[in-house]
Ligand binder design. Structure first.
Ligand SMILES: Nc1ncnc2c1ncn2[C@@H]1O[C@H](COP(=O)(O)OP(=O)(O)OP(=O)(O)O)[C@@H](O)[C@H]1O
Length: 266
């Protein structure tokens, strides 16, 4: 597998001078084509900041992100982001289909009818076949997030960055959405990076889990989830190896929580 994304020594502080808040402190890891990588870490350590840096949406103070061997200098159509807050990321005045079609930024030359046909296909893929002409506000939270995921896939980006995409949905919907995301990642051969607070979800979804330290954050562990590609909500979660990996990730995060609170300033 070739390397799709390579982060080297990423550094970022918010603000400057003595009041600066140091967030990223030399983050390095890489993601291969076809991999599903979860990123976890203590609350507020800088996961979203890191994801924005990987998307080319944040100016770094140091280090480089390379996407397919090229240094990233801003957003690229090859990388798309699905945000946690779907209610704000979807356009209330556009139908679900138009929201999905909006994701096809790269395909400016594609005819409208073709885009709409693909949009309908993607809505069907996320189980919303009959809701193309409805508006996001007519759907439940979980359904709205599925529209946002369909839009993320619509751009046909090779790398999908997911920032806590399931945080706001109920537990049963969350499990269904995890399986849907895994199925879509496989079907569309999508390389994915998922930021999540949920250690079980991180392990269940991923080929690898990157555990971050507290802020200013670095990579603490990079753990291979050697459970095979096929996952099952019942048997995978009962697998001894799953429990072992979950234990290691949880122990690492709890270790940071047990330490004294860090100063807000760098
Ligand atoms: N634009 C900004 N300007 C100043 N400080 C910021 C900015 N964005 C985030 N921060 C601060 O940087 C720190 C890291 O935030 P970030 O959202 O990246 O962490 P996180 O790990 O995703 O958080 P959470 O666990 O709450 O989801 C927090 O203390 C946050 O308040």
């Amino acid at each position: 597998m070739d390397v799709m994304l390579d982060a080297r020594e990423l550094a970022k502080a918010y603000g400057s001078g003595p009041g600066a808040l140091k967030i990223l402190d030399g983050i390095s890891f890489s993601v291969k084509r076809g991999e599903f990588v979860s990123i976890v870490g203590p609350s507020g350590c800088g996961k979203t900041t890191l994801l924005m840096a990987l998307a080319g949406l944040l100016k770094l103070d140091g280090g480089d992100v390379s996407f397919k061997g090229r240094k990233l200098s801003g957003p690229t159509p090859g990388i798309s982001v699905v945000f946690q807050d779907y209610s704000r990321s979807l356009f209330a005045w556009k139908s679900n289909l138009d929201n999905v079609v909006f994701g096809m930024v790269r395909d400016k030359v594609q005819a409208k009818a073709e885009k709409q046909a693909r949009g309908r296909e993607l809505l069907a893929a996320v189980g919303l076949e009959g809701f193309a002409d409805h508006y996001p506000w007519q759907l439940s939270g979980g359904m709205q997030q599925r529209v946002a995921i369909a839009r993320g896939l619509a751009s046909q980006s090779e790398l999908l960055l997911l920032d806590e995409p399931l945080a706001a949905v109920d537990a049963q919907t969350r499990a269904d959405m995890q399986d849907l995301l895994l199925e879509l990642a496989e079907r569309f051969q999508q390389t994915c990076i998922l930021v999540t607070h949920d250690v079980d979800e991180a392990v269940y979804m991923a080929d690898r889990v990157v555990v971050l330290t507290r802020r200013p954050t670095r990579v603490d562990h990079d753990i291979v989830v050697d459970l095979g590609k096929k996952r099952d909500q019942i048997t995978t979660r009962e697998d001894a190896r799953f429990l072992e990996i979950r234990h290691d990730v949880m122990a690492a995060i709890r270790r940071f929580r047990a330490q004294a609170p860090i100063a807000e300033k760098a």
